[in-house]
Design a protein around this ligand. Structure first.
Ligand SMILES: C[S@@+](CC[C@H](N)C(=O)[O-])C[C@H]1O[C@@H](n2cnc3c(N)ncnc32)[C@H](O)[C@@H]1O
Length: 249
């Protein structure tokens, strides 16, 4: 199946709607998130920092909204004097590290950051989360907190592809089970935010970052447990053990 067909199929299946700010309210889910979700490549952080340096050689503040337990946040710490991760979920923030000296995490909405002064940030970013947010309002808040010439960076990853076809077939079965619980906004992740219009004329898109991860079966099951569709499905079907089914397959 080519990318366009996959995308069309995913779009048709994803009609489910839910309250996006309640999707990560379960501590076990957030623990699984912090342990098993992929980390971004060093190259991604360096590329974004280098881009910011084109207009500001000494990088001060980076703001990461929808930061989860910090996997999209921490990589900026070596480039910026201070990094603040913000997430609406208390459990995600509870699972973020507390021992990184130039980094702090706060519970908050991406479009309401009263604790950040106007015109003080060099970077406003969002990893794998922009499509869950009120986008117009979030970008308006980005424009408020950024200094003139500051950078907005939106990044993330799409669907998982395993190297072994047999594993892809198992994945397919699990997706068919969980897909009805996939919020329809997730199609924006699948399409890599192509439908999102950004109000910036000097906007650039990069799709050449590769993220190859080796996962054991246990780690992969942990990854699935960190997703909203798994949590929502398990609530509706408490007697079905999706993790055990995956092991059996
Ligand atoms: C898929 S996770 C991404 C976490 C992390 N940035 C990453 O790259 O793995 C999406 C996160 O966005 C958060 N979120 C959703 N809507 C939000 C909003 N309006 N303001 C702040 N955070 C939000 C969720 O609570 C969740 O932790």
């Amino acid at each position: 199946m080519n990318e366009e067909t996959k995308l069309a199929t995913a779009r048709n299946l994803m009609t489910y709607s839910c309250d996006k700010i309640k999707m990560y309210a379960d501590l076990d889910q957030s623990k699984a998130y912090s342990e098993f979700r992929p980390r971004y490549s060093k190259e991604l952080y360096k590329t974004i920092a280098d881009y910011c340096r084109e207009t500001m050689p000494d990088l001060g503040l980076a703001v990461d909204v929808g930061c989860g337990p910090g996997m999209s946040t921490l990589g900026f710490c070596k480039y910026f004097e201070k990094v603040i991760g913000i997430d609406v979920s208390e459990t995600q923030i509870a699972c973020a590290p507390t021992d990184v000296p130039n980094c702090e995490f706060k519970v908050g909405y991406s479009h309401q950051l009263p604790f950040i002064e106007s015109g003080t940030a060099d970077l406003f970013c969002s990893g794998q989360s922009f499509y869950f947010m009120p986008q117009k309002e979030t970008l308006a808040e980005a424009d408020r907190v950024l200094r003139p010439g500051g950078t907005v960076a939106l990044f993330g990853y799409g669907l998982i592809n395993a190297r072994r076809q047999q594993i892809n077939e198992i994945l397919q079965k699990i997706f068919v089970r969980l897909m009805p619980y996939m919020p329809k906004e997730t199609t924006q992740a699948v399409s890599k935010l192509r439908e999102t219009t950004l109000p910036y004329s000097d906007f650039i898109r990069r799709e050449d970052f590769k993220a190859a991860h080796q996962m054991t079966l246990e780690e992969f099951i942990g990854f699935i447990k960190s997703t909203w569709p798994y949590v929502a499905y398990s609530k509706d079907y408490p007697n079905v053990d999706t993790a055990a089914d995956m092991k059996k397959e």
